[in-house]
Design a binder for this molecule. Structure first.
Ligand code: ADP
Ligand code: MG
Length: 262
């Protein structure tokens, strides 16, 4: 399979403090990869580097063989869409206006949206089950509803790679499942490459094809959930005793926290 993203020796520091330390890995086109690791491991920083929102101090990110640093932001945005952890919208925008913003990389500076842009935006809203909100102010929605609209905006970009930072951390179990089922469907049916930071290791284990485990700005391990989610790895990275069991039907590993005083 073709490598869509190739990350080599990436370093990034905030005011001299290293957040990413010689990160290297490849992502194949069509993969569904989860990035896991403790708070402060560098997951969000890595995703921002992949989206080109942050420029690495050292190292390169190649998108289809071309360094991101040599590409125009419009060309990057027609290939990579980013769903941040939290999106703050300061003005009154309807959800349809927000989703249409996803078409920006395709619209000429001096022209307006075309019928095709409206159709693609509508399709993205149908996929994310947000069409009923189209005339509502985005700030009037619940955080879960808002997140689905932001995902619709990313899909309207018609990307090849979708980057998501803990996309379901504010959602209930039903909406978590809905979002990940949708991502899995897009991954399978449209060969959309998914790179998502995951907070919940069990969800990561269920949905991701492969995982990248970060610790202190470094890649601790990469592999399939079945290889990587072990009692030893969780203890070593998170410092927590857990029990791993395997689903009787799928063999997917799941973790159970062991309380101190029970
Ligand atoms: P994660 O998403 O894994 O929790 P982050 O990438 O947000 O980790 O953060 C990695 C490290 O960089 C942490 O030590 C964090 O405190 C630091 N950091 C993140 N964002 C900033 C920022 N804007 N300014 C300074 N330090 C930051
Ligand atoms: Mg984060």
């Amino acid at each position: 399979m073709k490598e869509i993203l190739k990350v080599s020796d990436v370093n990034y520091s905030y005011n001299g403090k290293k957040a990413l330390d010689n990160i290297g890995f490849n992502i194949e086109s069509g993969n569904f990869i989860g990035i896991i690791g403790p708070n402060g491991a560098g997951k969000s920083t890595l995703l921002k580097v992949l989206s080109s929102a942050l420029k690495p101090d050292k190292g390169t990110v190649l998108l289809n063989g071309i360094p991101l640093s040599n590409m125009k932001s419009r060309d990057i945005a027609s290939c990579i869409a980013f769903v941040p952890e939290e999106t703050i919208v300061n003005f009154c925008f309807t959800c349809r206006e927000i989703v249409l913003m996803g078409r920006t990389p395709y619209i000429n500076r001096f022209s307006w949206e075309k019928d095709e842009d409206y159709m693609i935006a509508e399709e993205a809203m149908k996929m994310t089950d947000t069409i009923e909100f189209k005339s509502r102010d985005i700030n009037g929605l619940s955080s879960g509803e808002k997140q689905r609209v932001i995902i619709a905006r990313a899909l309207a970009q018609k990307p090849d790679v979708l980057l998501l930072d803990e996309p379901t951390s504010h959602l209930d179990i039903n909406h978590q499942k809905e979002i990940f089922d949708l991502l899995m469907k897009l991954n399978r049916d449209s060969n959309l490459t998914i790179v998502t930071v995951m907070h919940d290791i069990n969800l990561a284990s269920i949905y991701c094809e492969s995982l990248l485990l970060l610790d202190s700005g470094r890649v601790f391990m990469e592999g399939k959930p079945s290889e990587l989610i072990t009692e030893e790895n969780i203890k070593s990275i998170y410092g927590t005793e857990v029990r791993i069991s395997r689903d009787v039907k799928t063999g997917i590993p799941g973790i159970t926290i062991i309380p101190e005083n029970k």
